[in-house]
Design a protein around this ligand. Structure first.
Ligand code: DGY
Length: 308
């Protein structure tokens, strides 16, 4: 008898085949997140759960999964999982670090360029039919060369963004909650672009709120590709509307897929639908790593990438 695995979304066929060779896979084919009651029912009797960032794997789910031995999140962030509850039960929790670093750092640069060069505004103007032709002072943005990028959280992705920004001629500073680097207040007050790369935790929830935004330069931009709850969205909408900062680019939101209604009408914010790691290569590598973690734990081997 193969061990039973619950898979909450479909994976690339090569990865699914690897999983199906070793496990009896119960795949939720609904497309969106598994409805709560169904999640609780389907996790029962499963030895492994392959979860996505959109799955809330809380104590109730973990309690319902009485046979669970491993929860493999197909994401580097794992704030959607109650890791403490899993640990109490001796369940291994794994994530997918490294394989998404380049894709997420690339996308951070894409957002940085989009907001500083007013790409969204320009595209909307063209699609509305309002473009009357080239103009000398049309949609002038900010050049990156010579500007300071402040990276908040200097892990794998933060460092990969730093390398890319250096190639664009930016000066890079960073701030770590351990105290390494610049103090956050100083970083906020001196940077032309601030990019957030801290994981979501009780310590980083609303790390950027009204006082922090007020500390930033009026000409500065904020980029968020980590988790929506790191930024107080209502405060950000206030800061953008009142030109306390120049612009923002967001890939993540407090209540995905809802967007704070005050952000939607603003021209100086770029709004992306959580695409940081969304390349075919990266999503395949993430799925593959998660599947290999499941197979390893179910075969009695150490997981490849357990969470700390
Ligand atoms: C992650 O890996 O944490 C991303 O947000 C999912 O793409």
């Amino acid at each position: 008898m193969k061990p039973k695995v619950l898979l909450t979304r479909s994976l690339p066929s090569s990865v699914l085949a690897r999983l199906e060779a070793a496990c009896d896979v119960d795949l939720f084919r609904g497309g969106g997140p598994v409805p709560r009651a169904e999640f609780l029912a389907r996790v029962a009797g499963k030895e492994a759960l392959l979860s996505m960032v959109t799955d809330t794997v809380d104590r109730a789910v973990i309690d319902a999964g009485t046979e669970l031995r491993v929860i493999a999140n197909v994401a580097v962030g794992y704030n959607n999982i109650d890791v403490a509850a899993a640990r109490e039960r001796g369940i291994t929790v794994t994530n997918t670090p490294d394989v998404l670093t380049d894709a997420t750092a690339d996308f951070t640069m894409a957002l940085m360029l989009a907001v500083t060069r007013r790409l969204g505004e320009g595209e909307r103007m063209v699609r509305r039919g309002d473009w009357k032709g080239w103009a000398f002072d049309q949609l002038l943005g900010m050049q990156l060369r010579g500007k300071q990028l402040g990276i908040v959280g200097f892990g794998r992705i933060g460092r990969a963004v730093a390398a890319r920004a250096a190639a664009f001629g930016m000066t890079v500073v960073h701030s770590l909650r351990s105290g390494e680097g610049l103090a956050l207040d100083r970083l906020l007050a001196t940077s032309d672009v601030v990019s957030l790369h801290v994981p979501l935790s009780p310590d980083t929830r609303h790390l950027i709120g009204q006082p922090e935004l007020a500390r930033m330069k009026r000409s500065a931009y904020l980029i968020n590709t980590t988790r929506g709850l790191v930024v107080d969205e209502a405060a950000l909408a206030w800061a953008l509307k009142n030109r306390i900062i120049s612009g923002a680019a967001l890939d993540v939101y407090e209540r995905e897929p809802e967007i704070h209604p005050d952000l939607l009408p603003l021209e100086n914010v770029v709004l992306a639908p959580h695409l940081g790691s969304a390349t075919t290569e990266t999503r395949t590598a993430m799925a593959d790593l998660a599947a290999r973690n499941v197979v390893a734990v179910l075969s009695g081997e150490p997981p490849l990438t357990p969470v700390a």
